[in-house]
Design a protein around this ligand. Structure first.
Ligand SMILES: O=C(CO)COP(=O)(O)O
Length: 249
C-alpha cells in the first residue's frame, strides 16, 4: 500500500510573532510536494499562522488539546476552538507532555478519543526512554502506549490517527535513531497492529521523530515503514525544514 508521507514541524514553545512570520515566508516558498507538510505553532499563534497559510498547501496542527469539550477548565483549549482556526492535526502524548506534565497513557487515550470524535486527527506520539531501550523494553513500552489507546477507541479506528514514533533519547539531543533503528521499530509496530487488523496496519502512517535533520532524512524516508517525520528543532529553520520536505518527495 502507498501511504502519503507527512513532514510535520513541531515548533514547541518557540518563536515570536515576528520570527514566525519570517519562518512562514520561507516555508511559503515551498515547491509542490507529494508529501503533506504540517506546522504546529503554539496556541497564541494559530490564528496568525492559519491566516497566513490559508492559500497554501501547508496544513495546521496544534500541540495539545483538552480532553473536555467546554466549561470551567481555566487555561485549557478545546477541539472546537482548534477547528475554528482550521487545525487538522493535534499532537498527543508527546514525551514532553508525558514526562513534564504527567500525562498518563489513560489521559492520552481519552484525548485521542475526544480529538477523533471532533473530526480532527490525532498525531499520537509514543517512544521509549534510553534506559528502557537499554533494557530491551522498546517494543513493550511502545505497544503499551498504543494498546491504551486501542482499548478506548478500538482497533477499527486506529487508521484515523497518525503514529509518531519518537524515542525519548533522540528528542532534542542531536542523537537521532539510525534509519535502521527507526525501521525496526516501525515494522514491529505494524506487526503488532497487523495481529489485530491487517488493513489498519497497512493504512496507518507512522512518522519518526527525534533529531531529524536534512542530512539524514533521505535515508530515513527510504525505509519502507517510515511514512514521514515529526521534526522539532530543524523545523524552526525554513531552509532546513524544506530540505527535509524535499527528501520526503
Ligand atoms: O520532539 C520532537 C518533535 O515532536 C523532536 O524534536 P527534535 O527534532 O528537536 O529532536
Amino acid at each position: 500500500m502507498i501511504r502519503q508521507k507527512i513532514v510535520a514541524g513541531n515548533w514547541k514553545m518557540n518563536g515570536s510573532l515576528e520570527s514566525i512570520n519570517v519562518l512562514l515566508d520561507g516555508l511559503l516558498k515551498m515547491k509542490d510536494s507529494n508529501s503533506e507538510v504540517v506546522v504546529a505553532p503554539s496556541f497564541p499563534y494559530l490564528s496568525a499562522v492559519s491566516n497566513k497559510i490559508a492559500e497554501s498547501n501547508l496544513v495546521l496542527a496544534a500541540q495539545n488539546v483538552s480532553q473536555e469539550e467546554k466549561g470551567a477548565y481555566t487555561g485549557e483549549v478545546s477541539t472546537s476552538m482548534l477547528s475554528d482556526f482550521g487545525v487538522k492535526y493535534v499532537l498527543l502524548g508527546h514525551s514532553e507532555r508525558r514526562s513534564l506534565y504527567a500525562e498518563t497513557n489513560d489521559l492520552v487515550a481519552t484525548k485521542v478519543k475526544t480529538v477523533l470524535d471532533s473530526g480532527l486527527t490525532p498525531m499520537l506520539c509514543i517512544g521509549e526512554t534510553l534506559s528502557e531501550r537499554e533494557s530491551d523494553k522498546t517494543l513493550e513500552v511502545c505497544t503499551r502506549q498504543l494498546q491504551a489507546v486501542i482499548d478506548v477507541i478500538g482497533i477499527e479506528s486506529f487508521d484515523k490517527l497518525v503514529i509518531a514514533y519518537e524515542p525519548v533519547w533522540a528528542i532534542g539531543t542531536g542523537l537521532s535513531a539510525s534509519s535502521e533503528q527507526a525501521q525496526e521499530v516501525h515494522q514491529s509496530i505494524r506487526a503488532f497492529l497487523a495481529a489485530m487488523s491487517d488493513t489498519v496496519s497497512q493504512r496507518v502512517q507512522i512518522l519518526y521523530g527525534g533529531s531529524v535533520k536534512a542530512s539524514t532524512s533521505s535515508a530515513l524516508f527510504a525505509m519502507p515503514d517510515v511514512d514521514g517525520a515529526l521534526v522539532g528543532g530543524a523545523s524552526l529553520d525554513a531552509k532546513e525544514f524544506l530540505e527535509i520536505v524535499k527528501a520526503a518527495g
